[in-house]
Unconditional design. Structure first.
Length: 156
């Protein structure tokens, strides 16, 4: 007599995930993004809402590339709104790369100014590190307030 024991319960008609789809935890692990970030990107439209199987999110592998694009764009200083503009462009008409160029051209002057301000502040801090004045009242670093730029984005 042969007895087959199957302890796995199976609901009839239960949806099964395609093998190439990934649960949110796996997407998070592979992308380095927190699940909450992934859900937020869905909420703001950077990611398409994924298929749900038994109420759980299942993502196509292509989401990993999209998350890499989002992460790189964020590290380059693009806002989520700017990233959304890039991602909504159609690859067929090369609009995405044209929009990337436009965003980069808009951001470069701001970045150059921030770098210039940071260099001025760096030089002031280097002078301050070498300062041996007995009091701040005697220190020439505070005699020329215009020497330092107004507070910039770099130091906030």
């Amino acid at each position: 007599m042969l007895v087959k024991v199957d302890l796995m319960s199976r609901a009839e008609g239960k949806e099964e995930a395609p093998p190439e789809s990934l649960p949110i935890g796996e997407v998070a692990r592979l992308s380095g993004k927190a699940p909450s970030s992934i859900r937020y990107y869905e909420e703001v439209g950077l990611l398409d809402e994924p298929e749900r199987i038994s109420g759980r999110r299942r993502y196509p592998r292509a989401v990993l590339r999209r998350l890499a694009v989002i992460g790189t764009a964020q590290r380059a200083g693009l806002s989520l709104e700017e990233i959304g503009v890039l991602l909504r462009a159609s690859p067929e008409d090369h609009a995405a790369t044209e929009r990337l160029r436009e965003v980069a051209e808009q951001k470069l002057p701001v970045l150059r100014e921030a770098i210039e301000h940071a260099e001025i502040v760096r030089r002031w801090l280097e002078d301050a590190a070498r300062c041996h004045c007995p009091t701040l009242d005697d220190c020439p670093l505070f005699e020329d307030p215009p020497r330092l730029p107004e507070r910039s984005l770099v130091l906030r």
